[in-house]
Design a protein around this ligand. Structure first.
Ligand code: ARG
Length: 463
C-alpha cells in the first residue's frame, strides 16, 4: 500500500512511498522533542537571511510570526504531528506553509535538514548537559550536608568486602562527592565540543549564499562555528561523549545503589531507607525492598547499551550525512531521561536514609585494629614487614583462643613481640581512625577539610 506524502518532496517520483517504509523512516515519534530547538534555530537562521538580504525583512516578519505561533501550538498540545511528514523539521515547515503560504518555502534557503538536525541535536545536548550538571550539583550538595551532619559516625571500612580499617561514615560519603564532581567535570568538558555551530554547512559542501554563520552562532549562544562542512553534518562525537559521561555517572550511581542495598540488608543493618522510597513484596508481608536503588543499578545497563549502540552506528560510516545518523536520537533521549530520573530518585532516597550508628560500631571486632598494632611496633623501630608478621600470628592466636584483642593479657601480647607494652590497650577504633591524618585520609580534621573544600568548590558553581 502506498500513502500520499507531502507532494513538495515527492516531485521526482512517479509513485507514492510505500507505507511500511514511510513508518520505518519516520523519526517524529521521538524527534518531536526537538521542536523548541528546531524553532529557535529556524528563527536565528531566518533573521540572518534577512540581515544578509537573502530574504526580505517582510518575509522574515511572516516567518517569525508563523514560527512563534507554531511554538505556542506545540507547547499547548494543539499541534497535530503527522507521521507521513517524517520528522520534526518537515512537520514544522509544513505547518508554516499552512499558516503563511509560500513564504514558508524561503526558510529553507541556504539550509539542509542535515545541518539543521545537527544544530537541533547540539542545542538539545547543550541544554541536557546543563541540566545534568545542575542535578549532579544538587546531589553533591546533599552528600556534603550529610557528611557534615554525621561527622562523628565511625564504621568499618572495607577492602574485598572484608573489614579493613575503621573510617568515618562521612569519609565514605565524601568519596561519592568526589566521584560525582569528576562527572560534573566530564559534562563540562563535553559542553566545549557540543557548543560549536554547524548551520551553514548545508547538505555537506557548504552553501552558495552570503550567509553570516557568526551571527547565527552568536544569536544561539554558540562559542564558535564548525570548521568543516562535511565533518559538521556527520559528526556525532558530542553524542558519544555525552553518553560516555552518562555511562560513567551511572556506574558511580550503581555503586552507591549497591551499597545502599547491602547496607540496608539485615546482615549489615547500617541504614534504613525511608518508607516512601521502599517497596513491599506481593507475597512476603515482612519485606521492605530497595527496588529504587536496584533499578538505578539495573538501568546502568541500558545507558551502557546506548553508548555501545551509538559507537556502532558511527563505525565505518562514510562521509557525509547518512540516514543511519537518525539513530542517534532514541538512545540519547533515553540516556538523558534515565540519568536525570536515576539521579533524582537516588538523591531523594539518600535523603530518606536513617543511619544506625550503634550497629556500624558494634559490628567492628577488635581485629580491625590489627594494622594499628603493626604500626605500634613500627613506631618502636620494627620494620613493617616484621611487625605485620608478628601481629598476624597474634591475631591467629586470638582467633584460636576465641578472644578479642583487648581480652589478651600483656604477657600474651609479649609472646609475639617483647616491644608490646601496657599502652597497647590505648589503641581504640577512634584513635585508629584519627591516626590516619595523611592528606585525604579519614581523620576527622582531614574529612572536615574535605567538606570545607567541597563547599568552596560548590560556591564557585553557584555563581
Ligand atoms: N530525521 C532526520 C535525522 O534525524 C533528519 C535529517 C534528514 N536528512 C536527510 N537527508 N534525509 O537525521
Amino acid at each position: 500500500m502506498a500513502i500520499k506524502k507531502e507532494s513538495r518532496l515527492r516531485g521526482r517520483f512517479k509513485q507514492e512511498i510505500n507505507s511500511k517504509v514511510q513508518r520505518y523512516l519516520a523519526s517524529i515519534p521521538f524527534d518531536w522533542r526537538l521542536y523548541r530547538h528546531d524553532i529557535e534555530g529556524s528563527l536565528a537562521h531566518a533573521e540572518m537571511l534577512a540581515r544578509q538580504k537573502i530574504i526580505t525583512r517582510a518575509e522574515f516578519g511572516k516567518i517569525e510570526s508563523g514560527l512563534t505561533s507554531i511554538l505556542a501550538e506545540i507547547d499547548s498540545g494543539d499541534f497535530q504531528f503527522k507521521h507521513e511528514l517524517d520528522d520534526i523539521h518537515m512537520n514544522i515547515e509544513s505547518r508554516l506553509f499552512e499558516k503563511i503560504g509560500d513564504t514558508a518555502g524561503k526558510l529553507h534557503t541556504a539550509r539542509s535538514r542535515n545541518d539543521q538536525v545537527a544544530l537541533d541535536m547540539r542545542l538539545f545536548a547543550r541544554e541536557a548537559s546543563l541540566q545534568v550538571i545542575k542535578t549532579l550539583q544538587d546531589f553533591n550538595m546533599q552528600l556534603v550536608d550529610m557528611a557534615e551532619k554525621n561527622i562523628r559516625v565511625v564504621m568499618p571500612g572495607y577492602t574485598h568486602l572484608q573489614h579493613a580499617q575503621p573510617v568515618l561514615f562521612s569519609h565514605y560519603i565524601m568519596a561519592y562527592f568526589h566521584m560525582f564532581s569528576r562527572d560534573i567535570q566530564r559534562f563540562e568538558d563535553c559542553l566545549k565540543r557540543i557548543n560549536v555551530m554547524p548551520l551553514g554547512s548545508g547538505a555537506l559542501a557548504g552553501v552558495p549564499y552570503p550567509v553570516d554563520r557568526e551571527f547565527v552562532a552568536d544569536k544561539l549562544g554558540f562559542d564558535s562555528v564548525s570548521a568543516n562542512s562535511m565533518d559538521s553534518v556527520s559528526d556525532r562525537d558530542f553524542i558519544i561523549e555525552f553518553e560516555s559521561a552518562a555511562a560513567v555517572t551511572m556506574m558511580h550511581l550503581s555503586r552507591l545503589a549497591e551499597e545502599v542495598i547491602l547496607w540496608s540488608s539485615r546482615e549489615f543493618g547500617f541504614i534504613e531507607v525511608g518508607d516512601d522510597y521502599s517497596t513491599s513484596s506481593s507475597m512476603m508481608p515482612q519485606k521492605k525492598n530497595p527496588d529504587a536503588a536496584e533499578l538505578a543499578r539495573g538501568k546502568t545497563g541500558r545507558v551502557y547499551g546506548n553508548l555501545m549502540g551509538m559507537l556502532t552506528v558511527m563505525k565505518g560510516l562514510p562521509h557525509a550525512y547518512n540516514r543511519d545518523l537518525q539513530e542517534d536520537k532514541e538512545g540519547f533521549f533515553d540516556t538523558y531521561d534515565t540519568l536525570i530520573s536515576s539521579l533524582e530518585v537516588m538523591s531523594g532516597l539518600i535523603g530518606s536514609i536513617t543511619i544506625n550508628k550503634a550497629r556500624m560500631k558494634s559490628v567492628m571486632q577488635s581485629y580491625i585494629l590489627a594494622t594499628d598494632l603493626a604500626d605500634y611496633l613500627v613506631h618502636k623501630h620494627v620494620p613493617f614487614r616484621e611487625a605485620h608478621s608478628a601481629v598476624a600470628r597474634l591475631v591467629a592466636y586470638a582467633v584460636d583462643a576465641k578472644k578479642e584483642l583487648n581480652e589478651l593479657s600483656l604477657a600474651e601480647y609479649r609472646k609475639f613481640s617483647k616491644l608490646f607494652d601496657k599502652d597497647v590497650a590505648e589503641i581504640t577504633l577512634d584513635k585508629s581512625m584519627e591516626a590516619r591524618s595523611s592528606q585525604g585520609g579519614t581523620a576527622t580534621q582531614q574529612v572536615r577539610h574535605s567538606i570545607a573544600e567541597a563547599r568552596k568548590q560548590m560556591k564557585k558553581y553557584a555563581i
